[in-house]
Write a protein that binds this ligand. Structure first.
Ligand code: NAD
Ligand code: TYD
Length: 367
């Protein structure tokens, strides 16, 4: 029986991970801490409410007394930190909250883990810890910066973040590394490429495009649309993190990616085709028969500032050392994801209401 603190478990990847862990490890207790920002949504977890191995605690990872109390209360073995501000465009508009949540929040979690897990000191003055504890930081390939036409990010690629978001994630990674080096805290870091799948907040490329095609709204493609992202299904990200928790070595960084590079415009064209075809089949209870869906919906808009041109992950360390493999092909993953959005229009409408609607008007009225 392990007790795991998962932070940010009401967001896109975190909620998928909470469910993944409850299913894969029925003997684990999961405590999900989330402050419920605009991106945190307890609806994402409706199907695990009532599970005796699952607890939700609303709170901010920056709030040190709150996190300290939780460690006292639950005696965690493992921390998996997903909690973060996660959207590059928002970080360009307002970076400060990214530093607070992503950097200060990570510091608080590291400190509390270190304090609560320490058993003493070794002969050289380094802290010693309870057996089996682990702090895992969920990071991103964006900390490596941007690639040109060739090459891939490996775990030894120098950190060179270009956006305030990726700079905050890189800062957090460096703090995690330093707690591993200076205090010998058993830490691991995973750096994953772009995720897609169910419960993805519709400010990000794939769910935004699906949502707009269904609503027959224009599809805002930044710049020339030839930027490349390396897409991974969220469930494969979850299995990658679980593999690192089980088999990964303390002090190590592991890239997670599925060798699946796509240009943004190709993704947008695929979504137009697939959503059009699915709606024309008449199988979905949606007030759009697909007849007006076409590439005419695409609108090229002003490019993102500092827009990273290409990301590509070399995943050979996690595949060869830990035996992890992605299970989804992009074709099956994207078709399943689009169907999920078509079947969950109520969820989409609910998350698009309120604050997000104001953000959408603000961002896209300028472009
Ligand atoms: P998300 O924005 O969907 O969810 C983030 C969650 O964190 C939300 O539920 C939010 O309420 C919570 N949160 C934010 N600040 C908090 C705070 N101070 N205290 C407690 N909770 C807080 O993000 P996501 O896409 O699920 O990403 C999760 C993690 O994975 C992030 O750390 C992100 O950097 C990383 N990541 C994401 C991707 C991707 O493609 N989405 C890829 C690689 C890594
Ligand atoms: P996004 O989903 O925001 O992820 P990230 O910036 O973290 O990679 O964006 C993915 C790509 O899609 C990125 O190159 C920016 C581009 N993009 C658009 O062209 N239009 C949009 O409306 C959005 C949100 C993103």
């Amino acid at each position: 029986m392990k007790t795991i603190l998962i932070t940010g478990g009401a967001g896109f990847i975190g909620s998928n991970f909470v469910k993944y862990m409850l299913n894969s490890h029925p003997d684990y207790k999961i405590v999900n801490v989330d402050v419920l920002t605009y991106a945190g949504n307890l609806e994402n977890l409706a199907d695990v409410e009532g599970n005796p191995n699952y607890v939700f605690a609303k709170g901010d990872i920056v709030d040190r007394p709150f996190i300290a109390d939780l460690f006292d209360q639950y005696d965690f073995d493992t921390v998996v930190n997903f909690a973060a501000e996660s959207h590059v465009d928002r970080s360009i508009e307002d970076p400060e909250i990214f530093i607070k949540s992503n950097v200060m929040g990570t510091l608080v979690l590291l400190d509390e883990a270190k304090f609560h897990w320490q058993t003493g000191k070794d002969d050289n003055g380094y802290p010693t810890y309870r057996d089996g504890v682990r702090y895992h930081q969920v990071s991103t390939d964006e900390v490596y910066g941007a690639l040109g036409k060739t090459g891939m990010f490996t775990e030894v690629t120098p950190i060179a973040p270009n956006s305030p978001y990726s700079a905050s994630k890189a800062s957090a990674d460096l703090l995690v590394r330093s707690y591993g080096q200076t205090f010998k805290l058993p830490v691991t870091i995973s750096r994953c490429s772009n995720n897609y799948g169910p419960y993805h907040f519709p400010e990000k490329l794939i769910p935004l495009m699906i949502s707009n095609v269904v609503a027959l709204k224009s599809l805002p493609v930044y710049g020339d649309g030839m930027q490349i992202r390396d897409w991974l299904h969220v469930k494969d990200h979850c299995s990658g993190i679980d593999t690192i928790l089980e088999k990964g070595m303390a002090g190590e960084v592991y890239n997670i990616g599925g060798n699946n590079e796509k240009a943004n415009i190709d993704i947008v064209n695929l979504i137009i085709e697939d959503v059009g075809e699915m709606l024309r089949s008449g199988k979905y209870a949606i007030d759009n028969d697909g007849s007006k869906i076409s590439k005419d919906l695409i609108t090229y808009v002003e490019d993102r500032l500092g827009h990273d041109r290409r990301y590509a992950i070399d995943n050979s360390k996690i595949t060869t050392e830990l035996g992890w493999e992605p299970s989804y092909t992009f074709e099956e993953g994207i078709a399943e994801t689009i169907k999920w959005y078509l079947n969950n229009q109520e969820w989409l409408e609910q998350v698009k209401s309120g604050d997000y609607q104001q953000y959408y008007e603000k961002m896209y009225s300028k472009k």
